[in-house]
Design a protein around this ligand. Structure first.
Ligand SMILES: Cc1cc2nc3c(=O)[nH]c(=O)nc-3n(C[C@H](O)[C@H](O)[C@H](O)COP(=O)(O)OP(=O)(O)OC[C@H]3O[C@@H](n4cnc5c(N)ncnc54)[C@H](O)[C@@H]3O)c2cc1C
Length: 611
């Protein structure tokens, strides 16, 4: 049976020592945030994750959700409902929500730590409140006062849940293809008709009501074609006044590879009553509020799964005795497998990834808090630019890693990792979806290079910060062996980007758009290269703090912690960072190699070749 223990030491290290999150108390809304509060909160959440949610993870996977074709109701796995009640009673559905609507008003960075623990403990469960929080955010930013007063208190208390309804059978990545239509009613509301598929938490038994945020096209002569004609609507399962059943039902739930405890629903809207959120035809803008938060959230799902896989892989490697050490064969008894270099490669690979990701996730979340609440406008703007640039990195890199890390952890278990009883294969199955939803990782790469780097030119601001951090770390005595690989690869990233920007500039002037094709062709290699540099930067930040802490001569476990941190940073620079060479090499290979074969020449044909 797998186990999970929240990594509180590492969380406190990042939150309190590297980031000094208590600094947020300078912002009036966060005056209650201090170190004891943070630590107490972490411990409370850890208890719930370890004792309430984790025990339901394997049973939820086995049991899954069930759909009643007659009543269209969906039942979540045994125990989910009770756990959800406890979750609500602890105020966690409104943890980072506006106190005006009943929320606790805590910073997003602490909510991130909470999400990480819940994703480690039980991803399927965590998705239910996670989606509600996305709906809360979209309504909080774009809803009318009436909508806010109607929906937000119930979403915050957890009595009602939220969903995000974008996908249709013919339309996934390209939302311009949406067919769901909205026809205006005499009372100003809309009748929504269409079928949405793959809707997470679309129907379930955890809450009194479910509020669907639905993308649809208004049937009107002035509705622009494609993506510009999309509007956002709130469509509740039960109408707020009188709670009559709205015309929205769950047609079926999907059988799928993982996250069995979370219902994935086909939702049928048959003239369901809905209300416009934000302006007509500006639905994508409002939906992006939800999607950006959801992308960070999916990144955290990846981090959470990598962490739990790491813990179990490590425990196994510390216990499993197999083979003598490679240099002492014949003279030595078999040892625990953690002693074999290749097992260490797997274990340290996960450890270095997870700790680097945690640092990035918490740092970005802190930037998100600053971008929303700092009284200084310049600070808000700067922080927002970091968040915008790095959101696709968090989504894509963490989730690519989650699939790889959960796979590595299976490898550590040998054949036992393939056997259900050990629980390792569930982590891998659950991880696979994270590369797909909230915009596939390919789309994250396009967003990064096309929008964030080429259009908005956000990279230089980030690289300036990276260089400042490298200089500060050098001053504090951090080894050059940790600084040089980051500086060098940041230079490679800068060179590649500059070249592309120059091509983009001339291409735009001369109306030759082939640079777009090249940017698209390199986008995945680009985000992978940049991710390694960014995580390298995070390792420098952590090594800097650990070096300073060691200078004060701590003893025992605390000393071990900082020393291990610095050694892990060395592992990252020596064994992970070199992967950047492969990505920069592939980028240098250009796009023609991808596009030269005509689409109709891929399939096997019946020729006489080799006859
Ligand atoms: C379990 C599960 C839960 C989900 N939850 C939700 C939910 O709650 N709400 C919701 O609305 N949707 C949800 N989805 C849908 C999910 O977001 C989509 O599946 C995803 O966005 C991809 O769309 P698609 O499956 O139609 O793939 P397609 O868009 O058909 O893409 C197929 C492939 O082509 C690639 N591709 C497409 N266009 C481009 C391009 N321009 N450039 C490069 N590559 C491209 C994609 O990267 C992908 O690899 C869920 C899906 C699943 C499986």
């Amino acid at each position: 049976m797998p186990s999970y223990k929240a990594p509180l030491d590492d969380m406190r290290f990042v939150l309190n020592e590297v980031l000094d999150v208590a600094q947020l108390s300078r912002i009036a809304d966060f005056s209650q945030v201090d170190k004891p509060t943070i630590n107490q909160f972490l411990e409370e959440i850890a208890k719930m994750a370890e004792n309430v949610l984790f025990p339901l993870n394997a049973t939820g996977d086995r049991e899954g959700c069930t759909h009643d074709r007659e009543t269209k109701a969906v039942k979540t796995p045994t125990g989910f409902k009770d756990a959800y009640q406890q979750f609500c009673e602890a105020g966690l559905t409104g943890f980072a929500c506006d106190p005006k609507y009943g929320g606790l008003g805590m910073p997003i960075v602490l909510n991130t730590a909470l999400s990480e623990m819940f994703c480690s403990a039980n991803l399927s469960f965590g998705m239910y409140p996670g989606l509600s929080h996305g709906a809360y955010n979209a309504l909080h930013e774009y809803g009318t006062d009436e909508q806010k007063n109607t929906y937000l208190p119930k979403l915050v208390s957890g009595q009602w849940a939220g969903t995000m309804c974008l996908t249709e059978p013919q339309c996934g990545t390209d939302l311009g293809l949406i067919k769901t239509k909205a026809v205006k009613n005499a009372d100003g509301s809309y009748a929504i008709t269409g079928t949405k598929i793959f809707i997470s938490a679309g129907e379930h038994d955890l809450t009194e009501n479910i509020c669907h945020l639905v993308l649809a096209k208004i049937e009107a002569a002035d509705t622009p074609a494609g993506i510009k004609g999309i509007s956002l609507f709130i469509v509740p399962k039960f109408l707020p006044e009188g709670l009559a059943h709205n015309n929205v039902t769950c047609g079926r739930i999907e059988e799928k590879m993982g996250i069995h405890g979370n219902s994935t629903c086909e939702m049928n809207f048959d003239g369901a009553k809905g209300w416009l959120v934000g302006e007509a035809h500006k639905g994508m803008k409002a939906m992006f509020v939800m999607m950006n938060e959801a992308r960070l959230g999916v990144g955290l799902q990846g981090l959470g799964l990598s962490e739990v896989a790491y813990q179990n892989g490590l425990n196994y490697a510390l216990e499993r005795v197999q083979s003598p050490p490679i240099d002492q064969k014949g003279e030595h008894a078999s040892v625990t497998i953690i002693n074999h270099p290749d097992v260490r490669r797997e274990i340290l690979g996960i450890k270095a990834a997870v700790e680097g990701e945690r640092m990035l996730a918490y740092w970005i979340s802190l930037q998100l808090d600053i971008s929303q609440k700092d009284p200084d406008e310049a600070a808000r703007k700067k922080a927002k630019a970091f968040v915008d640039l790095l959101t696709p990195i968090v989504k894509a890199h963490f989730t690519d890693n989650a699939v790889e890390n959960t796979n590595s952890a299976i490898q550590v278990f040998g054949g036992h990792g393939y056997i259900k009883e050990h629980g390792m294969e569930q982590f891998n199955r659950d991880a696979r979806i994270t590369r797909l939803y909230e915009g596939t990782n390919g789309i994250q790469g396009l967003d990064l290079i096309g929008r964030k780097v080429l259009k908005e030119n956000l990279l230089p601001g980030y690289l300036r910060l990276l260089m400042q951090d490298l200089f500060a770390a050098k001053k504090n005595g951090v080894s050059l062996c940790l600084l040089w690989p980051v500086a060098r690869r940041a230079g490679t990233l800068c060179r590649i980007t500059l070249k592309l920007r120059v091509r983009a500039l001339f291409g735009t002037l001369l109306r030759r758009m082939s640079f777009m094709r090249d940017a698209a062709g390199m986008s995945t290699d680009y985000y992978k290269l940049m991710s390694l540099v960014v995580i390298g930067h995070m390792w420098v930040k952590m090594a800097d703090t650990a070096t300073q802490k060691l200078a004060a001569n701590p003893e025992g476990g605390v000393r071990d912690f900082y020393e291990t941190k610095i050694k892990t940073a060395h592992f990252y620079m020596k064994k992970v960072m070199p992967q950047t060479a492969a990505y920069s090499g592939a980028i240098g290979g250009g796009t023609n190699a991808l596009m030269d074969i005509p689409a109709d020449k891929f399939a096997h044909t019946q020729t006489t070749i080799g006859a």
